[in-house]
Design a protein around this ligand. Structure first.
Ligand code: TYD
Length: 209
């Protein structure tokens, strides 16, 4: 594959979602062919699945149902959006990907990591990011930001602080296990400082500096 696949990971409230559009704009200004997308969702079918996952009225969702719904959405985005874009030589910026399943369902909900890895392989066909940026933030701070922001509260925001702390530790563990793919950045920095750092890392990886 000729493109370059970059994923953004981090706890809720880490600011990924507001950092990606200006990053894409900046890269386009440098002549890079960029595609941005997000999980869960990012396709017509995936967006419908996302609605089911997030809906506050689905309180009775079994954790296994949740795991499978995330993978259903993922298959669609990999096959319809990410793989074709990479084949066309694009740089893909994806807001969350398979590592979210390991961090949230694996470390957060303590589902079996080995099984989740097999499932992820099935869902992604083995497609791995070239670079994963972890926007690292204290779990308490992340929750505070989510509560203070004007984003709609969803079913997944209802998990407690300890859950979000396990998610953060999980991310750290994943980053340590694969340092050539992961880069950890401090998401408590100002929005501008964070944007500069992300630009620097990506430009270097794309060897555009
Ligand atoms: P979203 O509103 O997109 O939040 P964020 O801006 O933090 O990405 O919600 C996505 C939520 O879904 C978030 O709480 C993380 C969770 N999630 C999982 O638990 N597993 C997954 O595989 C994915 C992709 C997301």
């Amino acid at each position: 594959m000729t493109g370059y696949f970059i994923t953004f990971e981090g706890p809720d409230g880490c600011g990924k979602t507001s950092q990606i559009p200006p990053l894409a704009e900046y890269l386009r200004g440098r002549g890079v062919d960029v595609l941005t997308t997000r999980e869960p969702g990012g396709t017509e079918i995936g967006d419908q699945v996302r609605t089911i996952i997030m809906d506050l009225k689905n309180k009775g969702m079994d954790p296994r149902t949740e795991i499978l719904l995330f993978q259903a959405s993922r298959v669609q985005i990999v096959e319809q959006v990410i793989r074709p874009a990479l084949l066309a030589g694009k740089v893909v910026l994806c807001d969350r990907y398979a590592d979210s399943t390991l961090a949230y369902q694996g470390y957060g909900h303590r589902s079996d990591l080995r099984f989740l890895r097999q499932l992820l392989h099935f869902a992604t066909g083995g497609l791995q990011p070239d670079l994963t940026l972890l926007l690292d933030l204290d779990a308490r701070e992340g929750l505070k930001r989510r509560q203070g922001g004007n984003v709609e509260w969803n079913r997944l925001d209802d998990y407690d602080l300890e859950f979000h702390q396990r998610v953060r530790q999980g991310y750290h563990q994943l980053a340590v296990e694969d340092p050539s793919r992961w880069q950890v950045v401090d998401a408590s920095a100002s929005r501008e400082a964070l944007q500069q750092e992300l630009r620097g890392i990506i430009m270097e990886r794309l060897s555009l500096v």
